[in-house]
Write a protein that binds this ligand. Structure first.
Ligand SMILES: [Zn+2]
Length: 338
């Protein structure tokens, strides 16, 4: 209800005008806004994939990037790394554009727009996926729940749809519940569901290594996103470190120059995980909302602003205003998945 009210206000002309006015006053250096995108595609393009991960349609993405090109300074990962290493302030209006999961629609829709505008971007790659006929566990659950339309059939799979719940609501609830269990249990449960549900072999939703290498050659920055995309607070510490470091090594075996950067899958981490990754990574990105004041931010717990096709663009832009850093305390820097 509150969310709907905020969205209604954000869609008003007055709100857009106010955001525009405040954007023109931005002058404070060393604030880094990091945008998180997942997929850029049309809602019905891949009925087998969770559309909640579509951040923008290609047209909306083009408008968003044109705005950044005109009004912001889209920085490279090297600029961020240099500013952290040398403690040099980033220029005012600095923005880093990041993508998680390496979905194939990036090369089809997002990259041509970024190239046309000459904007740099970072892609965080779960390295066990490129070139493999496997999909992410949430996409498997999504397909199952939307293929098996009947409540009784779902019950046979051990999934209870609650009264008055839409299929999408059931899906989101099941995903939340699965995120709470240890990763190996989650995978076993999803594999069993997939077997019982008789899903056909998946078409890989992720770019191949050849594509990733080609894009890296054209200027796309690649970063680690673990190997198999476990929530790092749902696996033993040793495995969490191995997943993160192993993914960086795998990237480096395919692409010669890869910076020591990581995005925590699902935004999940623990103090212990961060502590052990400090020796291996220079920057790591959470999914905690907010703006990074680089003079004070922990480089292994950087905040990001998620872009969703459901969120009005004026609201994303409002979250990028420098003054919003004073609201960071409202979104504590803790693991997104408990
Ligand atoms: Zn991810």
């Amino acid at each position: 209800m509150i969310k709907q009210s905020i969205f209604r206000v954000a869609r008003s002309r007055a709100f857009s005008t106010l955001v525009k006015l405040l954007e023109n006053l931005e002058s404070r250096p060393n604030l880094l806004r990091v945008l998180t995108y997942h997929r850029v595609d049309y809602l019905d393009a891949r009925p087998d994939l969770d559309p909640d991960l579509i951040s923008a349609t290609p047209e909306d993405f083009a408008r968003q990037m044109e705005h950044l090109a005109e009004h912001c300074l889209v920085v490279t990962i090297d600029q961020v790394l240099e500013s952290v290493r040398d403690k040099l302030p980033l220029p005012p209006r600095s923005v880093l554009v990041t993508f998680d999961d390496a979905y194939s629609d990036f090369s089809e829709h997002a990259w041509p727009i970024l190239r046309r505008l000459g904007l740099p971007a970072v892609m965080f790659v779960p390295t066990a996926f490129p070139g493999q006929a496997r999909r992410f566990w949430w996409d498997t659950v999504y397909e199952l729940l939307h293929t098996w339309k009947d409540d009784q059939e779902l019950r046979e799979l051990g999934i209870e749809a609650l009264p008055n719940e839409t299929r999408t609501q059931t899906y989101r609830r099941v995903v939340c519940e699965l995120k709470m269990v240890p990763h190996d249990e989650l995978l076993a449960r999803v594999a069993e569901l997939s077997r019982q549900g008789g899903l056909s072999a998946p078409v890989s939703p992720v770019m191949t290594w050849d594509e990733l290498k080609k894009l890296a050659g054209q200027g796309l920055t690649l970063g680690a996103h673990t190997q198999t995309h476990p929530l790092l607070n749902r696996v033993p510490l040793e495995m969490a470190v191995e997943e993160a470091v192993g993914s960086l090594q795998e990237l480096r075996s395919h692409v010669s120059e890869v910076a020591s950067i990581l995005a925590y899958p699902g935004g999940a981490f623990s103090d212990e995980v961060v502590h052990h990754l400090r020796d291996h990574f220079e920057l790591a990105f959470t999914t905690c909302r907010g703006i990074n004041d680089m003079g004070r931010a922990d480089a292994l717990r950087l905040r990001r602003i998620n872009v969703s096709c459901y969120t009005p663009n004026s609201l994303v832009r409002a979250q990028m205003l420098g003054g919003v850093r004073h609201l960071n305390h409202r979104w504590p820097l803790e693991s997104a998945s408990g």
